[in-house]
Design a protein around this ligand. Structure first.
Ligand code: PLP
Length: 362
C-alpha cells in the first residue's frame, strides 16, 4: 500500500490538487485555526526567539516558560486539576498508559478505540477487556464477569473520528462502579463539544471527578502537540520518571505559544463555536432530509462508506462540484474505504450548499 497523493493547502478552506483549486472538507482543523494570523504570529515570534526546537526533554533543560504557561491555560480552559503537555496526542496516550501502570485491576476498552489508546493499554499491566462499540449493555455484561476487579478503568474515544459518533459516556458511566475512572481520548471532542468547549464529558453531563482526558492540539486548536488532563497523582506519575516525558524532546515553544493563542481565541471569540454549530446543523439537517446518513447531529464530521464502484462515482461527483475527494482507506482495512467530511466554522454558505448538493441523492 502506498501513501495517498500529496495535496497542497491553499489558504484555510482550499487545497491544490492536480492543478485545480478545490474546496477542502478533509482534516480535523474544525475552526481552521492552523491558518489564523494570531497563531501564525505567536508561532513565528517564539521560533525567532527560542529556535525551532528545544533540543531537550522537560526533565533536563527543555522545560520552558511557554510550557508552564500553556499548562496553566489548559487547567483554566478545561477545568482539570492538572495538565501536562507532551509532544503530540499519540504520545499523550502512551505516557498516560505508562503512568497508569499498577493502578487498575481491569481496563475496559471500546473495540473501535483509536490505535494510540489500544497501544497505550498494553502498558497498564492489567487485563484489558474489549466491549462492543459504544454498547453500554455489553460493557455491563463484561463487567459482571470481573466482579473481583475493584479498581476499574474505562477507555474510549470521546468522539470516534471516522464516524463522528459521540461516545454515550453517561450510559457507560452508569454501568461502572462508582469508584471507576474514565479515560477519554478527547482528541476530537476537546474544543468542540460542551457549553464551555471542554469536550465530550461536559457534553454528556459528566463531572471532572472520575475523568482523565487526553487531548491533542492538532484538531480544534489548529496547532500541534498533546496534553494529559487529570488528577494530581497522574501529574506526579508523569513527572516522576515517565519514559515519554523523560525520553522525548519537549514541545517546540512556537507550538506551545500558538496553542495558547488558540485557547484564547476559543475563550473570547464565541462566534467561532456558534458558527461551527450553525454550519454543522445547516449541512446535516439538509443531508438527513435527503436520506444521507450523517451520524451524530452535534458533531461536525460524517463519513460515507463506499464500495469500490460507488467510490469512483463519488469521486467524480465531488470533483465536478469543485470539492476535494477525501477518500480514506486505512492500511489495516478494518473500516473499508470511506469518504470523510469535516465541516468547519469557516466554510462559506456557498461551499456548504455545494457539499449538500453534491451528496444529496447519492
Ligand atoms: C482519537 C485520536 N487520538 C489520538 C490521536 C493522535 O494525535 P496526534 O496526531 O497529535 O499524535 C489522533 C490523531 O489523529 C486521534 O484521532
Amino acid at each position: 500500500m502506498s501513501l495517498p497523493e500529496a495535496i497542497q493547502p491553499d489558504g484555510a478552506r482550499h487545497v491544490r490538487y492536480r492543478g485545480r483549486r478545490l474546496v477542502y472538507f478533509g482534516g480535523c482543523d474544525y475552526y481552521r485555526l492552523a491558518h489564523h494570523p494570531k497563531l501564525l504570529k505567536a508561532q513565528t515570534r517564539a521560533a525567532a526567539r527560542d529556535g525551532l526546537g528545544t533540543g531537550a526533554s522537560r526533565m533536563t533543560t527543555g522545560n520552558h516558560p511557554a510550557h508552564e504557561a500553556l499548562e496553566t491555560a489548559l487547567v483554566h480552559f478545561f477545568g482539570s486539576e492538572t495538565a501536562t503537555v507532551v509532544g503530540d496526542g499519540y504520545l499523550a496516550n502512551i505516557a498516560l498508559g505508562q503512568a497508569a501502570k499498577g493502578r487498575f485491576d481491569a481496563a475496559f476498552i471500546d473495540e473501535r478505540a483509536h490505535v494510540s489508546l489500544r497501544d497505550a493499554a498494553q502498558f497498564i499491566g492489567c487485563p484489558i477487556v474489549r466491549y462492543r462499540h459504544c454498547d453500554a449493555d455489553d460493557l455491563a455484561k463484561r463487567l459482571s464477569r470481573r466482579r473481583a476487579a475493584k479498581r476499574v478503568l474505562l477507555m474510549c474515544d470521546g468522539v470516534f473520528s471516522v464516524s463522528g459518533r459521540i461516545a454515550p459516556l453517561a450510559d457507560l458511566a452508569k454501568r461502572l462502579p462508582r469508584s471507576a475512572t474514565l479515560w477519554i481520548d478527547d482528541a476530537h471532542g476537546a474544543g468542540v463539544l460542551g457549553e464551555r468547549l471542554r469536550g465530550t464529558a461536559e457534553q454528556c453531563g459528566l463531572g471532572q471527578r472520575r475523568v482523565i482526558q487526553s487531548i491533542v492540539f492538532s484538531k480544534a486548536l489548529g496547532s500541534f502537540g498533546g496534553a494529559i488532563l487529570g488528577p494530581r497523582w497522574l501529574r506526579a506519575a508523569l513527572l516522576g520518571g515517565n519514559p515519554v516525558v523523560t525520553g522525548s524532546s519537549s514541545l517546540p515553544t512556537g507550538l506551545a505559544r500558538a496553542t495558547l493563542a488558540s485557547l484564547d481565541l476559543l475563550r473570547t471569540r464565541l462566534g467561532l463555536a456558534k458558527r461551527l454549530r450553525c454550519n454543522t446543523a445547516f449541512v446535516k439537517d439538509r443531508l438527513l432530509a435527503a436520506g444521507v446518513p450523517v451520524g451524530d447531529l452535534a458533531f461536525p464530521v460524517f463519513s460515507l462508506e463506499c464500495p469500490r464502484k460507488k467510490a469512483a462515482a463519488m469521486r467524480r461527483r465531488l470533483l465536478s462540484a469543485g470539492i476535494y475527494p477525501s477518500c480514506i482507506r486505512y492500511p489495516t482495512g478494518s473500516e473499508g474505504a470511506f469518504y470523510r467530511f469535516a465541516i468547519s466554522s469557516e466554510h462559506t454558505r456557498g461551499q456548504l450548499e455545494g457539499l449538500v448538493a453534491a451528496l444529496s441523492g447519492f
